[in-house]
Write a protein that binds this ligand. Structure first.
Ligand SMILES: [Zn+2]
Ligand SMILES: [Zn+2]
Length: 153
């Protein structure tokens, strides 16, 4: 059976992506509390998942994506390119020079909310050292002090 695919849309519906929610092209799902994620989400943490670029289909609005890349606030020093809907501002995915071939998508953009509870539920929570004191993390999620994808520091 082919891996289940799902869709993700921005707040206004201009941009729509399709991606695998399981299988070899679905890499991981994680929460990040790093200071960069605070700024980029305008919240206290990000809830993300990682899929291979080649498995993502842009169903509509690819030409409406605004790309913004910088490295100044990224803990690893890699350059992170962010792709936003130019109409409503939703961040759809990020791509890092440190992790070529994969995109970091946002759980909150996924249309089927049931997947937020199941296949997309975060497995890792990283940068707990930067987490706000009043939040104690995702239930049953493995806690990592630093960057899980760079050895946990
Ligand atoms: Zn939009
Ligand atoms: Zn982060």
């Amino acid at each position: 059976m082919a891996p289940e695919r799902a869709t993700a849309t921005c707040y206004c519906g201009t941009v729509k992506l399709e991606f695998p929610a399981e299988g070899d092209d679905f890499v991981d799902s994680f929460i990040c509390n790093c200071t960069d994620c605070r700024k980029i989400t305008a919240s206290m943490f990000a809830s993300n998942f990682i899929v291979k670029d080649k498995a993502i289909t842009h169903l509509k609005g690819e030409d409406k994506l605004t790309r913004y890349a910088q490295s100044a606030t990224i803990a690893t020093g890699n350059t992170m390119e962010n792709s936003f809907c130019s109409v409503c501002g939703t961040l759809m995915y990020r791509r890092s020079t440190g992790f070529p071939g994969v995109s970091i998508m946002r759980i909150g953009t996924v249309d089927d909310f049931k997947l937020h509870e199941t296949k997309l539920k975060p497995k890792i929570e990283q940068f707990t050292k930067d987490r706000v004191a009043w939040f104690h993390g995702g239930e049953g999620v493995k806690q990592v002090e630093g960057n899980h994808y760079a050895g946990g520091k």
